[in-house]
Each structure stands twice: as structure tokens, then as C-alpha cells.
Write a protein that binds this ligand. Structure first.
Ligand code: SAH
Ligand code: SF4
Length: 360
């Protein structure tokens, strides 16, 4: 088990490793050798770093953790959405989802392999429709536990990931420092080398943190989980809206848009009888025009134990055409992974419950 005090090497930046080596009076070029072992050669331990002196390998192993995620379950198969359940060093479970080529997801037209990463164990925000919040919140992931999700999935599939969305379990902006740190490593030329435009952070609407993110010198993308175009609808399904209402949220989006030369995405899950009225479509389009956002409509994925369901296909298409009628760029996701419970948090919840049952 990892000791809490030891920093994992996968959460350290190249500059930090250089500074650390300086304190040991080691040559600075060793830092580049170390990150090459981590992110190019994908070493599984310090011991494998064969061109480092043995004494340095031993010292690194003393000073840093070298966590590896333990794969508990994989659902799905090649060419479909695959879902990975991982166990962390302290026994907690998290999930990542790998989504194959999809024409209308995030970023460029030809998104290839997109990974959806978790940022927390559980979630404190308790959106009524979401499986991730059902069991409450346990803890933040550190940057290494986020980066290791990519390493583990690439190792398991033998394929490179070219797009990252922070849309798994947890609220990324409630864990902003670790998320920003992980983005730097994912994006770095010495790290996983994924372009910032292929990295999207999603938030349920933490207005002050949206502004903080706007001030970070990062070119990653931002998605807002809107799911309602009025306070009335958002209050009903997203408790966070009582803290930061739509007016506050949209002005944070304005600020973000003014600081970055890029578009925001609005995520909008379509839930039958809850947020799918035509009036919501008109208002949603108005909000999107105001902040220059694009809209991704997502038919709701059923969650065991929750009463919500998606509207009919016709109703989904009608909603889409109203939004587009206002001149807003919008897509309707023909989502994959419905069959393997790909909505965030579901696999973990199932496994956790099964483990708890086995113990009692
Ligand atoms: N906490 C962040 C990121 C994780 S949730 C956020 O809320 O944005 C990632 C996305 O999955 C969010 O847009 C969320 O609303 C959506 N989601 C949650 N449960 C879902 C479900 N059952 N079906 C479809 N999308 C869902
Ligand atoms: Fe948390 Fe996002 Fe799920 Fe809301 S939708 S409970 S913020 S993970």
C-alpha cells in the first residue's frame, strides 16, 4: 500500500524532478531520462530504469511512490466502448471509459480514441440523475492517479489515446490543483504529448473555479454540464445551482470566453419530462449564443435505482432542430456504451455493492 506522505513520481513535473536531482547533486539530464522511462518506455518500476546508476534508482524508490492501478474489471470489447474499473493503492475503486472513433464528440471532427477519466472517488455534488454521487464523496484523486488511468488503458489496449475528457466520476473543478497538474503532464512534450485542444474538462457549474481555470495558462477546453436552461429546472436536478445560479454561472462563462480564444461546450442530457420542453430548447440556444458555446445533447442513460429516462427519438430530434434554428452549432450524441452501463459511476457502484454484500 502507498504511504500517503510519499509523492508519486507520476504526479511530478520535469522541472520538479530536475530540482529534486539538484538537491542530490545529480546531473540535470537524468530528469529527462526519468521522464522518458515513465512516458516513452512506460517503465513499471524504478528498477527498470537501467541507464540510471543503481544508487539513484534506490534513492528514487525511497523518495517517490510508483503506483500502478490494479485492473479489477474490463467491460466491452474492441471497437466498442470499453469500461475499466481500477483499484487504487488504498483500495478505493475508480472507473475510466475508452470511447472509440466517434464523428461528433469533442474537439476535432475525427476524434479517434477518447478516454473519459475520473477525478475523485465518488462525488459530493449529488446531481439527481447521476450514479457517481449516489454513494457520496470519499476523496480527491491526486495527479498521478489521473495520469495512471491513461497509462493503464493504453497498456491494456496497446493503443494510443488521442483525446481526454474529464467526465468520469467526480467534479474536476472541486479538485482543481490536481486536475491542472495532471493536464500539464498529459499535455507536456516530455509527458503524454496530447494536444491541449484534445483535453476537455467538464464541470457541473462551479463558477469561482471556472474563473480560476480561465486564469491558468492552459489551452484545454471547457464543457459545462448545463442540463437545464432555467434556475427552476437546474434547481430540481442539480443542487449546485442553489449555490451558483444560472446568472452567476453564465457570467463565469463570459469571463472564461473573454480570457481564452476558444469555444465552450454546453452539455445537455435530455431527460424525459424534466428538461426536454421546447421552451428549454429556445432558452438554451439563447444562453449558447450569449457565450459563444456549442451544444452537445446527450440522451439520458438509465441508472439502476433512479427513475429518470430519455425522451423519444422524435422529441430528441425536435429539441435539436429548435436549438439549431437559432443558429447554434449543436450535436445529438448517438451515444455508445448504453449496454455496458457507461454512464459515469455505475460500474463502480455495482462492484462496490457486490463486494459489500460479499462481506456481510
Ligand atoms: N462532474 C462533472 C464531470 C463528470 S460528469 C460534471 O458534472 O460535468 C460527466 C457528464 O456525464 C456530465 O455532463 C454529467 O451530467 C453526465 N451524466 C451523468 N449521469 C449521466 C447519465 N445517467 N446519462 C448521461 N449522462 C450523464
Ligand atoms: Fe458529480 Fe458531475 Fe455526477 Fe453531478 S453529474 S453528481 S457533478 S459527477
Amino acid at each position: 500500500m502507498q504511504t500517503a506522505a510519499k509523492q508519486s513520481i507520476h504526479s511530478a513535473g520535469l522541472d520538479e524532478i530536475e530540482t529534486y536531482l539538484m538537491t542530490l547533486k545529480e546531473r540535470p539530464y537524468r530528469a529527462k531520462q526519468i521522464v522518458d522511462w515513465l512516458y516513452q518506455k512506460r517503465a513499471g518500476s524504478f528498477e527498470e530504469m537501467s541507464d540510471l546508476p543503481q544508487a539513484l534508482r534506490d534513492r528514487l524508490a525511497q523518495d517517490f511512490g510508483f503506483g500502478n492501478l490494479e485492473t479489477v474489471r474490463v467491460l466491452g470489447s474492441e471497437d466498442t466502448t470499453r469500461k475499466f474499473l481500477f483499484r487504487l493503492g488504498d483500495g478505493n475503486l475508480i472507473e475510466s471509459v475508452l470511447i472509440p472513433a466517434s464523428p461528433a464528440l469533442y474537439g476535432e471532427r475525427s476524434d479517434r480514441r477518447t478516454i473519459c477519466v475520473s477525478t475523485q472517488v465518488g462525488c459530493a455534488y449529488g446531481c439527481r440523475f447521476c450514479a457517481s454521487g449516489l454513494d457520496g464523496f470519499s476523496r480527491n484523486l491526486d495527479a498521478s492517479e489521473i495520469v495512471q488511468q491513461l497509462l493503464a488503458v493504453e497498456k491494456a489496449t496497446g493503443e494510443r489515446i488521442d483525446n481526454v475528457v474529464f467526465m468520469g466520476m467526480g467534479e474536476p473543478l472541486a479538485n482543481l490543483a490536481n486536475v491542472v497538474r495532471s493536464i500539464r503532464i498529459i499535455n507536456a512534450p516530455w509527458g503524454l504529448e496530447i494536444g491541449a485542444r484534445h483535453i476537455t474538462v467538464s464541470t457541473s457549474g462551479l463558477a469561482p473555479q471556472i474563473k480560476k481555470l480561465a486564469d491558468e495558462p492552459l489551452q484545454s477546453r471547457l464543457a459545462i454540464s448545463l442540463h437545464g436552461a432555467t434556475d427552476e429546472v437546474r434547481n430540481r436536478i442539480m443542487p449546485v445551482n442553489r449555490k451558483y445560479n444560472l446568472t452567476t454561472l453564465l457570467s463565469a462563462c463570459d469571463y472564461y470566453a473573454s480570457q481564452k480564444k476558444q469555444r465552450i461546450y454546453f452539455e445537455y442530457i435530455l431527460i424525459g419530462g424534466v428538461n426536454d420542453a421546447e421552451e428549454q430548447a429556445h432558452l438554451l440556444a439563447g444562453h449558447a449564443r450569449r457565450v459563444g458555446a456549442r451544444i452537445n445533447l446527450i440522451p439520458y442513460n438509465t441508472v439502476q435505482g433512479l427513475e429518470w429516462s430519455r425522451p423519444s427519438r422524435e422529441k430528441q430530434e425536435r429539441f435539436l432542430s429548435i436549438v439549431r434554428g437559432h443558429g447554434v452549432v449543436a450535436t445529438l450524441r448517438r451515444e455508445k456504451g448504453h449496454d455496458i452501463e457507461a454512464a459515469c459511476g455505475q460500474l463502480r457502484l455495482q462492484t462496490k455493492r457486490a463486494e459489500e454484500n460479499a462481506l456481510t
